[in-house]
Design a protein. Structure first.
Lengths: 295, 447
C-alpha cells in the first residue's frame, strides 16, 4: 500500500492540489471576464426634487445572464463642474442621490442641465463616467370631476429665464395607478400643446378607504429624462367583502342543508325499520291464525 | 324431501351445541368472566379516582380506549357490510359464514361504544349530549349513526334468526322450559308458509341493502371525527374510504379467525370447509392490496408536502414508533399478501395466520393514527413531565381493553348457545333450491 502511494505520489499530490485549489473559483471574481454596465438616469420626482441614479453592474462577457452588481463603489454626481454629492452603490449596484427642489442648476444657453456621474476607478475596476442633458420640465396633475366624469388632467410646461410658462409641444405620457406590487398602467397617450386629458375608469377598487394614487409619468424622454407626478384621490370603488359566516363554532343552529340531509337520511332509514316491523306483525298475525286453525 | 323430518334432523344435529357444555368450555367461560370482573374493578377504580389512573393527559387525551372503539365499531360496520353483501347478492357459500358475521356485527357494535364512554372524564354529563346536541358536530353525527346502525343491525340479525327460532321451537321437546318459551316468543308464530317466507325474505333483503348503506355512512362519520379536525395525520380527504377499507380488512380477518376457532372447537368441519377459507382469503388479499395502497397514499402525500407538523409526525413515527409502524404498515400488509397471493400457501392454518397478522397490524395502525398525532401538537407541550409528553397505557386501560375482548368472546359463546352458528334454515333453503333445480332438469329431459 505504502509503495502504491509513493508510486502515485505525483498524481495524488495533483488531485489534492486540485481539491484544495480555491483559485479555481477565482475566475468569477476576475473583472476582466465582465463588461461593466454604468447607466445613469435622472428622475424628477412628485415633490419636484430630482433623483440621480447610477446602476453599476458587471455582465459576464460569455454568459449574459451572469450579472454581478458592483457593491460599495463611490459615485460622484456633478452639475457641470459643481459637485452635487456622492453616493455608494448598494448590494444591487445602485447609487442614488436626491437633489432638493430649490437647487439652482447651472444650465447652458438652451436651458439644458448637464449631469455627470463619475466613478473614479479602483484596483480592479476602471474609471467610469456617464452624462445626461435634460431640460427642467414641470408636470401638473389635476384630478377633477367634470360633469360627473372623473377626469385626469395633465399639464406639462417649461419655464424660460423670464419666468414664462412654455407648454410642452409633444411627449409620450403614461397614466398609472398604484397597485399592490407595481404600478398598473391605465392609459398611454401623447401630450399635445402642453395638455393631456383622460377619462378615469369607474371600476378601480383602490385601497380599503377607496383611495387611489394616480401617477402621470414621462419616461426616458430625450429632452427631459424621467418625470413622475402623483396625486391621491378617493375615486375607488372598493367594497368590503361581506362574506357572512353562517356556521360558526358558537352558532346555535346548523346550516339548513344539514338538517335537510340528516332528516332525509333518518326518515329513509326509519321508514324502512317501520316497514320491517309492519311485515313482522303480519307474519305474526298469520302465524296466530294458523295456530287457531290447528286448534 | 320431507321438510319437517329434515328440520328435526338438523335440530337434533345442532342440539348438542346448544344444550351441552363441556368442562373445557366451562373453564373457558369462567376465565372470560374473571377477565371481565378484573375489567369491572378497573372501571370502578377509574370512576372513583378519575382519568389520572389512565395514561391520558392534557395532550394525549385519547388512548387505547378510542383505538378499541374504532377497532370494534369498524369491525361491526365491516360485518354489516359483508353480511349485507352476502345476503343481497345471494352468495352461494354464504350460509356457513353469515351467522358468524352477523353475530360479530351486533356484538362489536355493543362492545365498541362502551369504550368511548370510558374516554369521557365526566360521565355524569353524558346526558348533555342528548339534551343539547349540536347538529353541526361530527360527534353528534356519530352518536346518531351508531344508534341507528345498532338498531338496524339488531333488526337484521333478528330477521335472519327467525326461521331458526321456528325450527327450534318445533323441535325442542327435550329442551328446558325456559328455552322453549324463549324460542316460541322469538319465533313470532313463523310457520314457514310460502307467504311468510316470501315476506321475511323480502324484508331481509331490503334490510341487507339498508345495512350496507348504513355501514358506509357510519364508517364515514367515524372517520370524519378525525379528518374534520386540522390535526396533522388526521386532516385527510381520503380518511373516510381509508377507514372503510381498513375496517373491512380487520372485519374479514376477525371472521376468518372466528371461522377457524368455531370449526375447530365445535367440530363443524362439514359445514365450514376449506373452500370458505379460500374464499375469505381471496377477499382478504384484495382488501390487503387496497389497504396497502391507501396507507401508502396517505403517508406519501404527508411526506411529500414537507409541512412542518407532518414532518414532525413522520419523524415520531419513524423513531419512537419505528417497530410498531413497520409491523402495522409493512408486516401487517405484506405477510397476508404473500401468504394469500400464492395458491400453494393457501391452507386453512396459513390463511388464519395471515388473518391474525392483519388484525394485529390493523390494531397497531389505529394506535399510530391516534397517539403519535396527539403527541405532536401544533403548540409546544408546556408540561415537561414524561407522562404529559408521551402516552403509555396503564394496567387500568389494558384491563378494560381485555375485558372488552373477553365480553365479546363470552357473548359470542352465549349466542351460539341460543341458536346454531350454522343457520339451519339456510341449509334447508339450499337443499330446497337444489331439489327444485333437479326437478326442473328432469322435466326438461322428459319433455
Amino acid at each position: 500500500m505504502k509503495i502504491n502511494i509513493l508510486k502515485y505520489k505525483l498524481i495524488t499530490s495533483f488531485i489534492i492540489a486540485l481539491l484544495f485549489s480555491f483559485n479555481g473559483f477565482a475566475q468569477e471574481e476576475d473583472a476582466s471576464n465582465y463588461r461593466m454596465r454604468f447607466k445613469f438616469k435622472t428622475v424628477k420626482q412628485p415633490d419636484n426634487s430630482r433623483l440621480l441614479e447610477v446602476s453599476f453592474i458587471g455582465q459576464n462577457k460569455k454568459d449574459r445572464k451572469d450579472k454581478v452588481p458592483v457593491f460599495d463603489a463611490e459615485i460622484k454626481f456633478y452639475n457641470e463642474a459643481n459637485l452635487l454629492g456622492t453616493a455608494k452603490t448598494s448590494k444591487e449596484g445602485i447609487a442614488q442621490l436626491t437633489v432638493p427642489e430649490n437647487h439652482n442648476y447651472t444650465t447652458d444657453e438652451d436651458e439644458y442641465i448637464n449631469f455627470i456621474a463619475k466613478f473614479e476607478g479602483s484596483d480592479g475596476l476602471d474609471e467610469e463616467e456617464d452624462e445626461i442633458h435634460v431640460k427642467n420640465l414641470y408636470l401638473e396633475l389635476n384630478l377633477e370631476e367634470i360633469d360627473s366624469v372623473k377626469t385626469v388632467l395633465v399639464k406639462a410646461f417649461t419655464i424660460d429665464s423670464l419666468g414664462v410658462e412654455i407648454p410642452l409641444e409633444e411627449a409620450d405620457i403614461v397614466i398609472s395607478v398604484n397597485g399592490m406590487i407595481s404600478k398598473m398602467k391605465l392609459e398611454e397617450g401623447t401630450i399635445e400643446d402642453g395638455e393631456f386629458e383622460f377619462e378615469f375608469p369607474t371600476d378601480i377598487p383602490g385601497d380599503a378607504n377607496g383611495d387611489i394614487i394616480v401617477y402621470s409619468i414621462i419616461s426616458d424622454n430625450d429632452d427631459f429624462g424621467n418625470i413622475i407626478q402623483q396625486k391621491s384621490i378617493n375615486w375607488g370603488t372598493f367594497k368590503t367583502a361581506s362574506i357572512e359566516e353562517g356556521n360558526k363554532l358558537w352558532s346555535e343552529a346548523a346550516p339548513i342543508w344539514m338538517y335537510i340531509v340528516l332528516t332525509i337520511l333518518l326518515v329513509g332509514v326509519w321508514a324502512n325499520y317501520v316497514y320491517t316491523a309492519v311485515n313482522l306483525f303480519n307474519i305474526k298475525k298469520e302465524g296466530k291464525e294458523l295456530e287457531l286453525k290447528k286448534e | 324431501m320431507n321438510l319437517e323430518k329434515r328440520k328435526r334432523e338438523l335440530a337434533q344435529e345442532f342440539s348438542p351445541l346448544l344444550e351441552k357444555t363441556t368442562k373445557t368450555s366451562k373453564i373457558w367461560i369462567g376465565f372470560l368472566i374473571a377477565v371481565i370482573l378484573v375489567g369491572v374493578y378497573a372501571f370502578f377504580v377509574q370512576l372513583f379516582k378519575g382519568h389520572i389512573v389512565t395514561g391520558m393527559r392534557d395532550n394525549v387525551v385519547w388512548g387505547i380506549y378510542i383505538i378499541n372503539f374504532i377497532f370494534f365499531v369498524c369491525l361491526s360496520y365491516s360485518g354489516a357490510f359483508i353480511s349485507g353483501v352476502l345476503h343481497f347478492f345471494k352468495t352461494p357459500w354464504k350460509n356457513s359464514v353469515s351467522r358468524i358475521v352477523e353475530i360479530i356485527t351486533v356484538l362489536s357494535l355493543i362492545i365498541g361504544p362502551i369504550f368511548i364512554l370510558l374516554c369521557i372524564g365526566r360521565l355524569d354529563r353524558l346526558h348533555y349530549l342528548f339534551m343539547y346536541p349540536r347538529i353541526q358536530s361530527p360527534i353528534t353525527w356519530d352518536i346518531i349513526a351508531i344508534m341507528t346502525d345498532l338498531i338496524g343491525c339488531f333488526i337484521y340479525l333478528y330477521l335472519t334468526f327467525i326461521p331458526d327460532f321456528a325450527i327450534l321451537r318445533d323441535n325442542s321437546e327435550n329442551a328446558s322450559k325456559w328455552r322453549q318459551k324463549v324460542y316460541k316468543y322469538l319465533a313470532i308464530g313463523y310457520q314457514d308458509t310460502p307467504t311468510q317466507r316470501e315476506k321475511l325474505h323480502k324484508i331481509t333483503r331490503t334490510m341487507s341493502a339498508m345495512v350496507i348503506a348504513l355501514a358506509i355512512v357510519a364508517y364515514s362519520v367515524l372517520a370524519w371525527i378525525f379528518s374534520l379536525t386540522l390535526q396533522p395525520g388526521w386532516n385527510s380527504s381520503i380518511f373516510a374510504p381509508y377507514f372503510i377499507i381498513a375496517g373491512l380488512y380487520s372485519g374479514i380477518g376477525v371472521i376468518i379467525i372466528a371461522m377457524y376457532l368455531i370449526r375447530k372447537y365445535y367440530n363443524l368441519e362439514h359445514y365450514i370447509r376449506k373452500v370458505h377459507f379460500i374464499g375469505a382469503g381471496i377477499v382478504l388479499l384484495i382488501i390487503s392490496l387496497l389497504f396497502g395502497y391507501f396507507t401508502f397514499s396517505e403517508y406519501f402525500s404527508r411526506w411529500f408536502s414537507h409541512k412542518i407538523s407532518d414532518a414532525n409526525l413522520l419523524n415520531t413515527l419513524f423513531t419512537r414508533y419505528f417497530w410498531m409502524f413497520i409491523f402495522a404498515n409493512y408486516i401487517g400488509v405484506l405477510v397476508p399478501l404473500v401468504i394469500l397471493f400464492f395458491k400453494k400457501l393457501r391452507t386453512i392454518k396459513s390463511i388464519t395466520f395471515a388473518a391474525v397478522i392483519a388484525v394485529i397490524g390493523l390494531w397497531f395502525n389505529r394506535y399510530l393514527i391516534v397517539v403519535p398525532t396527539l403527541e405532536t401538537p401544533y403548540l409546544p407541550i408546556q408540561d415537561t413531565r414524561e407522562e404529559f409528553i408521551h402516552y403509555t397505557a396503564t394496567w387500568i386501560e389494558w384491563a378494560l381493553s381485555f375485558a372488552g375482548v373477553a365480553a365479546f368472546i363470552l357473548f359470542f359463546i352465549l349466542i351460539m348457545k341460543l341458536v346454531p352458528v350454522i343457520p339451519m334454515s339456510g341449509i334447508i333453503d339450499n337443499e330446497r333450491e337444489q331439489n327444485k333445480s333437479k326437478k326442473t332438469f328432469k322435466k326438461i329431459i322428459t319433455e
